[in-house]
Design a protein around this ligand. Structure first.
Ligand code: PLP
Length: 393
Protein backbone atom coordinates (compact mmCIF):
# COMPACT_ATOMS: atom_id res chain seq x y z
CA UNK A 1 0.00 0.00 0.00
CA UNK A 2 1.13 3.54 -0.73
CA UNK A 3 1.59 4.76 2.85
CA UNK A 4 2.75 8.24 1.84
CA UNK A 5 -0.33 8.84 -0.21
CA UNK A 6 -2.55 7.40 2.50
CA UNK A 7 -1.00 9.75 5.07
CA UNK A 8 -1.36 12.73 2.72
CA UNK A 9 -5.02 11.86 2.14
CA UNK A 10 -5.76 11.52 5.84
CA UNK A 11 -4.54 14.71 7.54
CA UNK A 12 -6.70 14.02 10.60
CA UNK A 13 -4.59 10.96 11.39
CA UNK A 14 -1.32 12.88 11.50
CA UNK A 15 -1.69 14.70 14.81
CA UNK A 16 -4.14 12.47 16.62
CA UNK A 17 -4.46 8.76 17.19
CA UNK A 18 -7.70 7.72 15.56
CA UNK A 19 -9.07 4.35 16.71
CA UNK A 20 -12.75 4.57 15.87
CA UNK A 21 -13.27 3.31 12.34
CA UNK A 22 -15.93 0.97 13.72
CA UNK A 23 -17.85 4.08 14.80
CA UNK A 24 -17.31 6.77 12.20
CA UNK A 25 -13.99 6.79 10.38
CA UNK A 26 -11.93 9.61 8.86
CA UNK A 27 -12.91 10.13 5.22
CA UNK A 28 -9.89 10.55 2.94
CA UNK A 29 -9.45 13.91 1.19
CA UNK A 30 -10.84 12.71 -2.18
CA UNK A 31 -14.13 11.83 -0.43
CA UNK A 32 -14.26 15.18 1.33
CA UNK A 33 -13.54 16.99 -1.94
CA UNK A 34 -16.34 15.21 -3.78
CA UNK A 35 -18.86 15.98 -1.03
CA UNK A 36 -17.95 19.62 -0.50
CA UNK A 37 -17.55 20.16 -4.24
CA UNK A 38 -21.06 18.95 -4.85
CA UNK A 39 -22.53 21.03 -2.04
CA UNK A 40 -20.85 24.11 -3.59
CA UNK A 41 -22.25 23.22 -6.98
CA UNK A 42 -25.74 22.87 -5.50
CA UNK A 43 -25.36 26.37 -4.07
CA UNK A 44 -24.45 27.66 -7.54
CA UNK A 45 -27.04 26.02 -9.79
CA UNK A 46 -29.47 24.23 -7.49
CA UNK A 47 -29.69 20.63 -6.41
CA UNK A 48 -31.56 19.33 -9.46
CA UNK A 49 -29.17 20.62 -12.07
CA UNK A 50 -26.18 19.72 -9.91
CA UNK A 51 -27.42 16.12 -9.65
CA UNK A 52 -28.17 16.03 -13.38
CA UNK A 53 -24.58 17.01 -14.14
CA UNK A 54 -23.38 14.07 -12.07
CA UNK A 55 -25.97 11.53 -13.29
CA UNK A 56 -23.35 9.14 -14.66
CA UNK A 57 -21.24 9.35 -11.51
CA UNK A 58 -24.32 8.67 -9.43
CA UNK A 59 -25.03 5.52 -11.46
CA UNK A 60 -21.40 4.59 -10.98
CA UNK A 61 -21.78 4.51 -7.18
CA UNK A 62 -23.74 1.27 -7.43
CA UNK A 63 -21.35 -0.11 -10.02
CA UNK A 64 -18.49 0.50 -7.59
CA UNK A 65 -20.36 -1.03 -4.64
CA UNK A 66 -21.24 -3.98 -6.85
CA UNK A 67 -17.57 -4.41 -7.78
CA UNK A 68 -16.66 -4.36 -4.10
CA UNK A 69 -19.32 -6.90 -3.11
CA UNK A 70 -19.24 -9.11 -6.19
CA UNK A 71 -22.75 -8.11 -7.25
CA UNK A 72 -24.39 -6.48 -10.27
CA UNK A 73 -25.25 -2.78 -9.85
CA UNK A 74 -28.98 -3.46 -10.25
CA UNK A 75 -28.91 -5.60 -7.09
CA UNK A 76 -27.71 -2.63 -5.00
CA UNK A 77 -29.86 0.03 -3.32
CA UNK A 78 -28.53 3.21 -1.72
CA UNK A 79 -30.03 4.23 1.61
CA UNK A 80 -29.34 6.75 4.33
CA UNK A 81 -28.10 4.19 6.86
CA UNK A 82 -27.35 0.52 7.28
CA UNK A 83 -30.40 0.20 9.49
CA UNK A 84 -32.62 1.66 6.77
CA UNK A 85 -31.15 -0.86 4.32
CA UNK A 86 -31.62 -3.75 6.74
CA UNK A 87 -35.20 -2.84 7.66
CA UNK A 88 -36.28 -2.19 4.05
CA UNK A 89 -35.55 -5.81 3.20
CA UNK A 90 -36.35 -7.36 6.59
CA UNK A 91 -39.89 -5.93 6.65
CA UNK A 92 -40.37 -7.04 3.03
CA UNK A 93 -40.04 -10.73 3.88
CA UNK A 94 -43.53 -12.19 4.38
CA UNK A 95 -44.14 -13.82 7.78
CA UNK A 96 -47.20 -15.72 8.93
CA UNK A 97 -48.10 -16.22 12.59
CA UNK A 98 -45.88 -18.89 14.10
CA UNK A 99 -43.14 -18.52 11.51
CA UNK A 100 -39.72 -17.91 12.93
CA UNK A 101 -36.95 -15.36 12.80
CA UNK A 102 -33.57 -16.56 14.07
CA UNK A 103 -31.17 -13.94 15.38
CA UNK A 104 -27.50 -14.29 16.16
CA UNK A 105 -26.29 -14.03 19.75
CA UNK A 106 -24.43 -10.81 18.94
CA UNK A 107 -27.39 -9.26 17.13
CA UNK A 108 -27.35 -5.48 16.86
CA UNK A 109 -30.08 -3.77 18.88
CA UNK A 110 -31.83 -2.16 15.90
CA UNK A 111 -32.20 -5.54 14.17
CA UNK A 112 -33.42 -7.18 17.36
CA UNK A 113 -36.10 -4.59 18.10
CA UNK A 114 -37.33 -4.81 14.50
CA UNK A 115 -37.63 -8.59 14.90
CA UNK A 116 -39.56 -8.13 18.16
CA UNK A 117 -41.74 -5.59 16.40
CA UNK A 118 -42.64 -8.17 13.78
CA UNK A 119 -43.29 -10.75 16.49
CA UNK A 120 -45.77 -8.31 17.97
CA UNK A 121 -47.39 -7.30 14.68
CA UNK A 122 -47.27 -10.51 12.66
CA UNK A 123 -47.18 -13.18 15.34
CA UNK A 124 -43.72 -14.29 14.26
CA UNK A 125 -41.56 -16.13 16.76
CA UNK A 126 -38.10 -14.76 17.50
CA UNK A 127 -35.41 -17.19 18.61
CA UNK A 128 -31.75 -16.56 19.30
CA UNK A 129 -29.06 -18.94 18.07
CA UNK A 130 -26.57 -19.37 20.90
CA UNK A 131 -22.90 -18.57 20.47
CA UNK A 132 -20.37 -21.38 20.80
CA UNK A 133 -17.75 -21.35 23.58
CA UNK A 134 -15.43 -19.29 21.36
CA UNK A 135 -18.15 -16.71 20.78
CA UNK A 136 -19.08 -17.40 17.16
CA UNK A 137 -22.53 -18.53 16.11
CA UNK A 138 -22.99 -22.16 17.19
CA UNK A 139 -23.50 -24.05 13.93
CA UNK A 140 -24.67 -27.25 15.62
CA UNK A 141 -27.23 -25.33 17.62
CA UNK A 142 -28.34 -23.55 14.45
CA UNK A 143 -28.75 -26.87 12.63
CA UNK A 144 -30.91 -28.10 15.49
CA UNK A 145 -33.09 -24.98 15.47
CA UNK A 146 -33.71 -24.86 11.73
CA UNK A 147 -37.05 -26.28 10.67
CA UNK A 148 -39.60 -25.44 7.99
CA UNK A 149 -41.08 -22.68 10.17
CA UNK A 150 -37.85 -20.67 10.06
CA UNK A 151 -38.28 -17.95 7.42
CA UNK A 152 -35.43 -15.58 8.25
CA UNK A 153 -31.95 -16.13 9.61
CA UNK A 154 -30.32 -12.85 10.57
CA UNK A 155 -26.59 -12.97 11.07
CA UNK A 156 -24.20 -10.23 12.12
CA UNK A 157 -20.91 -10.71 10.27
CA UNK A 158 -18.79 -8.76 12.76
CA UNK A 159 -20.53 -7.58 15.93
CA UNK A 160 -20.41 -3.96 16.99
CA UNK A 161 -18.84 -4.82 20.36
CA UNK A 162 -15.87 -7.01 19.50
CA UNK A 163 -13.46 -8.42 16.96
CA UNK A 164 -14.97 -11.79 16.10
CA UNK A 165 -15.91 -12.75 12.54
CA UNK A 166 -18.90 -15.04 12.19
CA UNK A 167 -18.81 -17.92 9.67
CA UNK A 168 -21.35 -16.70 7.12
CA UNK A 169 -21.10 -19.32 4.42
CA UNK A 170 -21.73 -22.21 6.79
CA UNK A 171 -24.78 -20.42 8.21
CA UNK A 172 -26.13 -19.68 4.74
CA UNK A 173 -25.77 -23.30 3.65
CA UNK A 174 -27.62 -24.62 6.69
CA UNK A 175 -30.36 -21.98 6.43
CA UNK A 176 -30.87 -22.49 2.71
CA UNK A 177 -31.25 -26.22 3.17
CA UNK A 178 -34.42 -25.32 5.11
CA UNK A 179 -35.50 -22.61 2.67
CA UNK A 180 -34.85 -19.68 5.03
CA UNK A 181 -33.87 -16.19 3.89
CA UNK A 182 -30.34 -15.25 4.97
CA UNK A 183 -29.91 -11.60 5.88
CA UNK A 184 -26.38 -10.47 6.66
CA UNK A 185 -25.56 -7.36 8.68
CA UNK A 186 -22.17 -6.52 7.21
CA UNK A 187 -21.92 -3.07 8.77
CA UNK A 188 -18.62 -3.85 10.50
CA UNK A 189 -17.07 -6.05 7.82
CA UNK A 190 -17.42 -4.21 4.50
CA UNK A 191 -14.37 -2.00 4.11
CA UNK A 192 -12.07 -4.00 6.37
CA UNK A 193 -12.57 -7.57 5.13
CA UNK A 194 -13.06 -9.23 1.77
CA UNK A 195 -16.85 -9.52 1.47
CA UNK A 196 -18.29 -11.19 -1.62
CA UNK A 197 -22.01 -11.91 -1.62
CA UNK A 198 -21.72 -14.92 -3.93
CA UNK A 199 -18.91 -16.53 -1.95
CA UNK A 200 -20.83 -15.93 1.27
CA UNK A 201 -24.08 -17.15 -0.29
CA UNK A 202 -26.33 -14.59 1.41
CA UNK A 203 -29.73 -13.43 0.15
CA UNK A 204 -29.32 -9.85 1.31
CA UNK A 205 -26.62 -7.74 2.92
CA UNK A 206 -26.67 -4.33 4.56
CA UNK A 207 -23.78 -1.95 5.21
CA UNK A 208 -22.91 1.62 6.04
CA UNK A 209 -20.67 4.25 4.49
CA UNK A 210 -19.23 5.92 7.55
CA UNK A 211 -17.41 3.02 9.23
CA UNK A 212 -14.68 0.96 7.57
CA UNK A 213 -15.46 2.34 4.10
CA UNK A 214 -14.45 5.84 5.28
CA UNK A 215 -17.46 7.38 3.54
CA UNK A 216 -19.74 10.20 4.66
CA UNK A 217 -22.28 9.89 7.45
CA UNK A 218 -25.90 9.33 6.43
CA UNK A 219 -25.07 6.76 3.78
CA UNK A 220 -25.89 3.07 3.64
CA UNK A 221 -26.44 0.36 1.08
CA UNK A 222 -28.34 -2.85 0.52
CA UNK A 223 -27.64 -5.84 -1.68
CA UNK A 224 -30.51 -8.19 -2.53
CA UNK A 225 -30.06 -11.36 -4.56
CA UNK A 226 -31.39 -10.49 -8.02
CA UNK A 227 -33.74 -13.47 -8.37
CA UNK A 228 -35.40 -12.62 -5.04
CA UNK A 229 -36.05 -8.93 -5.64
CA UNK A 230 -39.38 -9.39 -7.42
CA UNK A 231 -40.77 -11.41 -4.49
CA UNK A 232 -40.03 -8.72 -1.91
CA UNK A 233 -42.35 -5.78 -1.26
CA UNK A 234 -40.65 -3.07 0.78
CA UNK A 235 -42.65 -1.59 3.68
CA UNK A 236 -42.21 1.96 2.39
CA UNK A 237 -42.33 2.96 -1.27
CA UNK A 238 -42.53 6.18 -3.26
CA UNK A 239 -42.52 7.45 -6.84
CA UNK A 240 -38.91 6.24 -7.28
CA UNK A 241 -39.34 2.70 -5.99
CA UNK A 242 -42.68 2.35 -7.78
CA UNK A 243 -44.40 3.78 -10.84
CA UNK A 244 -47.95 5.10 -10.45
CA UNK A 245 -49.92 3.61 -13.34
CA UNK A 246 -53.54 4.60 -12.82
CA UNK A 247 -56.08 5.56 -10.18
CA UNK A 248 -55.92 2.04 -8.75
CA UNK A 249 -52.53 0.68 -9.66
CA UNK A 250 -48.79 1.01 -9.37
CA UNK A 251 -45.89 -1.24 -10.18
CA UNK A 252 -42.73 -1.73 -8.17
CA UNK A 253 -39.38 -1.22 -9.78
CA UNK A 254 -37.86 -4.49 -10.99
CA UNK A 255 -34.42 -3.92 -9.56
CA UNK A 256 -33.13 -2.99 -6.12
CA UNK A 257 -34.25 0.64 -6.53
CA UNK A 258 -37.58 -0.64 -5.17
CA UNK A 259 -35.88 -0.48 -1.74
CA UNK A 260 -34.85 3.18 -2.19
CA UNK A 261 -36.74 6.44 -1.80
CA UNK A 262 -36.33 9.30 -4.25
CA UNK A 263 -34.93 11.99 -2.04
CA UNK A 264 -31.39 11.52 -0.88
CA UNK A 265 -28.25 13.39 0.03
CA UNK A 266 -26.68 13.49 -3.42
CA UNK A 267 -23.38 14.88 -2.15
CA UNK A 268 -23.16 12.10 0.43
CA UNK A 269 -23.96 9.42 -2.14
CA UNK A 270 -21.25 10.75 -4.44
CA UNK A 271 -18.94 10.72 -1.42
CA UNK A 272 -19.84 7.10 -0.76
CA UNK A 273 -18.91 6.27 -4.35
CA UNK A 274 -15.60 8.08 -3.93
CA UNK A 275 -14.96 6.15 -0.71
CA UNK A 276 -15.61 2.81 -2.40
CA UNK A 277 -13.41 3.79 -5.36
CA UNK A 278 -10.67 4.83 -2.94
CA UNK A 279 -10.84 1.40 -1.29
CA UNK A 280 -10.90 -0.34 -4.69
CA UNK A 281 -7.61 1.40 -5.38
CA UNK A 282 -6.03 -1.01 -2.89
CA UNK A 283 -6.07 -4.77 -2.72
CA UNK A 284 -8.77 -5.56 -0.17
CA UNK A 285 -6.63 -8.40 1.16
CA UNK A 286 -3.88 -5.88 1.89
CA UNK A 287 -6.36 -3.66 3.70
CA UNK A 288 -7.58 -6.64 5.73
CA UNK A 289 -4.01 -7.57 6.54
CA UNK A 290 -3.09 -4.02 7.57
CA UNK A 291 -6.16 -3.73 9.78
CA UNK A 292 -5.72 -7.21 11.23
CA UNK A 293 -2.07 -6.74 12.15
CA UNK A 294 -2.77 -3.40 13.82
CA UNK A 295 -5.67 -4.79 15.82
CA UNK A 296 -3.67 -7.92 16.65
CA UNK A 297 -0.77 -5.86 17.96
CA UNK A 298 -3.09 -3.70 20.06
CA UNK A 299 -4.94 -6.71 21.43
CA UNK A 300 -1.75 -8.53 22.38
CA UNK A 301 -0.22 -5.48 24.09
CA UNK A 302 -3.40 -4.60 25.98
CA UNK A 303 -3.66 -8.18 27.25
CA UNK A 304 -0.25 -7.77 28.90
CA UNK A 305 -1.27 -4.73 30.96
CA UNK A 306 -2.30 -5.49 34.56
CA UNK A 307 -6.04 -4.96 35.19
CA UNK A 308 -6.79 -4.63 31.46
CA UNK A 309 -9.05 -7.35 30.06
CA UNK A 310 -9.36 -7.84 26.33
CA UNK A 311 -12.97 -8.84 25.63
CA UNK A 312 -12.72 -10.02 22.04
CA UNK A 313 -14.08 -13.46 21.27
CA UNK A 314 -13.99 -15.61 18.16
CA UNK A 315 -11.70 -17.97 16.31
CA UNK A 316 -11.23 -15.53 13.48
CA UNK A 317 -10.71 -11.92 14.55
CA UNK A 318 -10.58 -8.57 12.76
CA UNK A 319 -10.12 -4.84 13.36
CA UNK A 320 -12.28 -4.28 16.44
CA UNK A 321 -10.48 -4.46 19.78
CA UNK A 322 -12.71 -4.43 22.86
CA UNK A 323 -11.46 -4.20 26.42
CA UNK A 324 -12.23 -3.13 29.95
CA UNK A 325 -10.04 -1.96 32.82
CA UNK A 326 -10.91 -3.33 36.25
CA UNK A 327 -12.60 -0.71 38.37
CA UNK A 328 -12.66 1.99 35.70
CA UNK A 329 -15.78 3.14 33.87
CA UNK A 330 -15.32 2.59 30.10
CA UNK A 331 -16.69 6.10 29.43
CA UNK A 332 -14.02 7.57 31.69
CA UNK A 333 -11.34 5.70 29.73
CA UNK A 334 -12.73 7.04 26.47
CA UNK A 335 -12.74 10.59 27.86
CA UNK A 336 -9.24 10.38 29.34
CA UNK A 337 -7.89 9.05 26.05
CA UNK A 338 -9.72 11.82 24.15
CA UNK A 339 -7.95 14.40 26.34
CA UNK A 340 -4.69 12.92 25.06
CA UNK A 341 -5.75 13.08 21.41
CA UNK A 342 -6.63 9.38 21.21
CA UNK A 343 -10.08 8.59 19.83
CA UNK A 344 -11.83 5.41 20.91
CA UNK A 345 -15.47 4.84 21.69
CA UNK A 346 -17.47 2.66 23.99
CA UNK A 347 -19.95 -0.01 23.05
CA UNK A 348 -22.74 0.02 25.64
CA UNK A 349 -24.65 -3.03 26.82
CA UNK A 350 -27.80 -2.00 24.96
CA UNK A 351 -26.17 -2.23 21.51
CA UNK A 352 -25.65 -5.99 21.80
CA UNK A 353 -27.81 -6.66 24.85
CA UNK A 354 -27.89 -10.46 24.91
CA UNK A 355 -24.16 -10.94 24.44
CA UNK A 356 -23.23 -8.26 26.97
CA UNK A 357 -25.74 -9.58 29.51
CA UNK A 358 -24.44 -13.11 29.10
CA UNK A 359 -20.92 -11.87 29.78
CA UNK A 360 -21.96 -9.52 32.58
CA UNK A 361 -20.54 -6.48 30.81
CA UNK A 362 -22.16 -3.04 31.19
CA UNK A 363 -19.97 -1.62 28.39
CA UNK A 364 -16.63 -2.16 26.68
CA UNK A 365 -14.07 0.28 25.33
CA UNK A 366 -13.82 -0.19 21.57
CA UNK A 367 -10.63 0.61 19.67
CA UNK A 368 -10.79 0.04 15.93
CA UNK A 369 -7.61 0.93 14.01
CA UNK A 370 -7.90 1.28 10.25
CA UNK A 371 -4.95 0.81 7.89
CA UNK A 372 -4.03 4.51 8.15
CA UNK A 373 -3.08 4.19 11.84
CA UNK A 374 0.71 4.09 12.19
CA UNK A 375 2.21 1.41 14.44
CA UNK A 376 3.83 4.07 16.66
CA UNK A 377 0.40 5.54 17.27
CA UNK A 378 -0.76 2.17 18.58
CA UNK A 379 2.12 2.28 21.04
CA UNK A 380 0.96 5.71 22.28
CA UNK A 381 -2.52 4.32 22.85
CA UNK A 382 -1.13 1.27 24.66
CA UNK A 383 1.00 3.46 26.91
CA UNK A 384 -1.96 5.72 27.66
CA UNK A 385 -4.20 2.77 28.59
CA UNK A 386 -1.46 1.36 30.80
CA UNK A 387 -1.19 4.70 32.61
CA UNK A 388 -4.94 4.82 33.14
CA UNK A 389 -4.94 1.25 34.47
CA UNK A 390 -2.03 2.02 36.82
CA UNK A 391 -3.45 5.40 37.90
CA UNK A 392 -6.78 4.06 38.95
CA UNK A 393 -5.30 1.23 40.93
C1 PLP B 1 -23.27 0.47 13.27
C2 PLP B 1 -23.97 -0.84 13.14
C3 PLP B 1 -25.25 -0.91 12.58
C4 PLP B 1 -26.08 0.30 12.25
O1 PLP B 1 -25.59 1.10 11.23
P1 PLP B 1 -26.32 2.49 10.93
O2 PLP B 1 -25.65 3.00 9.72
O3 PLP B 1 -26.09 3.33 12.15
O4 PLP B 1 -27.75 2.23 10.75
C5 PLP B 1 -25.79 -2.16 12.37
N1 PLP B 1 -25.13 -3.27 12.71
C6 PLP B 1 -23.91 -3.24 13.27
C7 PLP B 1 -23.22 -4.53 13.61
C8 PLP B 1 -23.29 -2.03 13.51
O5 PLP B 1 -22.09 -1.99 14.09
Amino acid sequence: MDWERIAADTPGAAERVFLDSAGSSLPPTPVLDVVTGHLRREAEIGGYRAAHERAEDLDQVKVSLGALLGAPAHAIALTDSATRAWTQVFYAIPLKPGEKILLSGVEYASNAVAALHRAQDDGAVVEVVPSDPVGQIDLDALAGMLDERVRIVSLVHVPTNGGLVNPVREVAELAHAQGAFVLLDACQSVGQLHVDVTELGVDALSGTGRKWLRGPRGTGFLYVRPDLISSLEPPVIDLHSAAWLSQHSYTLSEDATRFELWECNVAANLGLGAAVDYLLGFEIQEVAHAVGTRAGRLRAALAEIPRVRVRDLGRRQCGIVSFTVDGVDPAAIRDELADQGITVTISPRASTLLDMQARGLPAVVRASPHYFVRPGQLDSAITAVAAIAAGHH
